[in-house]
Design a protein around this ligand. Structure first.
Ligand code: HEC
Length: 237
C-alpha cells in the first residue's frame, strides 16, 4: 500500500516537474525578446519617460555595436555598446550629467576626428541625440515598460515599418555600410529582402537565415507588425 502511495506521489512530482519546465523556458525567452531584466512585471509606458531597452539600445546597437567597431569582439578603445551594463561602464555614462558622459560627448563632438560614429558613417540624428540626452538626464536608468497592446491595424511603411528599420537595422545596412550586401535604408532596398523572404526569416531567426538584428531579437510587437506589412505585399505607403 505504502509503495502505491509513494508511486503515485512520485508520478505527480514527475508530471508537475515536466509541466513546469517549458513554462520556465517560455517566460525566459519572452523576457529576452523584450530585452530582459524585467522579471515579468509590466508597467504601462509613460510618454515622458525614456526606456532603455525600447528607445536607447536599438540606436546604439545598430549604429555602434557592429563588428569592427563596438561589438564585444572588436571593443574598439575598450568600448562595448551591446547591453546596459557595458554601455554604462565602457561608455562612461554619468547619470543626470550629459557633459560628463563620454558617450554623449562623442556623439555631439564638433571635431570630426573625434565624432562618433566616425565619418563617412552618418552622425546620429538630432532626434536620436536628444533621446540619449533625455535618457541620461533622467538618470540613465534601465527602465522597462509594456502597454500590453500591439497595434496591428493600418500597418504602413511610413507609419510603422520605417521607424522599426531605422532604429534597429539601418546602422549596419545603409548605403555606406551595406552588411551582407544589404541596404535597408530606403524602401527599394527593404522591398528586396521583403520579397525574397530574408526580412521575415532574419527577424524571426528562422532556420536557414542569419538572425537579425545581430545579437538581439526585436520585440515581439515589432516582429508582428513587420510580418503583417510583408503579408500585405509590403506596400510603399
Ligand atoms: C550590428 C549590425 C547589424 C544590425 C543592427 C543588423 N544587421 Fe543584418 N547583418 C549584419 C551583418 C554583419 C550581416 C552579414 C552577416 C554574414 O553574412 O555573416 C547581416 C546580414 C543580414 C541579412 C542577410 C541574412 C541572410 O540570411 O542572408 C539580412 C536579411 C539582414 N541582415 C537583415 C537585417 C535586419 C532586417 C535588421 C534589423 C531588424 C538587421 N539586419 C540589423 C549586421 C547587422
Amino acid at each position: 500500500m505504502n509503495r502505491i502511495i509513494w508511486g503515485v506521489f512520485f508520478l505527480i512530482t514527475i508530471v508537475l516537474g515536466c509541466k513546469h519546465e517549458p513554462d520556465a523556458i517560455i517566460v525566459g525567452s519572452n523576457n529576452n525578446n523584450n530585452g530582459g531584466g524585467n522579471n515579468g512585471n509590466t508597467k504601462p509606458c509613460d510618454s515622458n519617460i525614456v526606456y532603455f531597452e525600447r528607445d536607447i539600445l536599438p540606436i546604439l546597437n545598430s549604429n555602434c555595436a557592429m563588428s569592427g567597431c563596438h561589438d564585444p569582439g572588436t571593443a574598439e578603445e575598450g568600448v562595448i555598446l551591446n547591453n546596459y551594463q557595458n554601455i554604462i561602464r565602457t561608455g562612461k555614462v554619468v547619470p543626470y550629467n550629459t557633459s560628463s558622459s563620454d558617450l554623449y560627448e562623442v556623439i555631439t563632438e564638433t571635431r570630426l576626428d573625434k565624432l562618433m560614429p566616425p565619418p563617412p558613417k552618418s552622425k546620429l540624428s538630432p532626434t536620436q541625440i536628444a533621446l540619449i540626452a533625455k535618457w541620461i538626464n533622467q538618470g540613465a536608468q534601465n527602465l522597462y515598460c509594456d502597454n500590453g497592446t500591439c497595434d496591428t491595424t493600418n500597418i504602413t511603411y511610413s507609419g510603422k515599418v520605417v521607424n522599426i528599420i531605422k532604429n534597429n537595422c539601418s546602422g549596419c545596412h545603409n548605403a555606406t555600410l551595406a552588411s551582407g550586401g544589404i541596404n535597408v535604408d530606403n524602401y527599394q532596398g527593404l522591398s528586396v529582402i521583403a520579397a525574397n523572404g530574408k526580412l521575415v526569416g532574419s527577424i524571426e531567426g528562422l532556420q536557414g537565415f542569419i538572425a537579425m538584428p545581430q545579437g538581439r531579437k526585436l520585440d515581439s510587437c515589432s516582429i508582428k507588425q513587420i510580418k503583417i506589412w510583408v503579408n500585405k505585399g509590403y506596400p510603399n505607403n
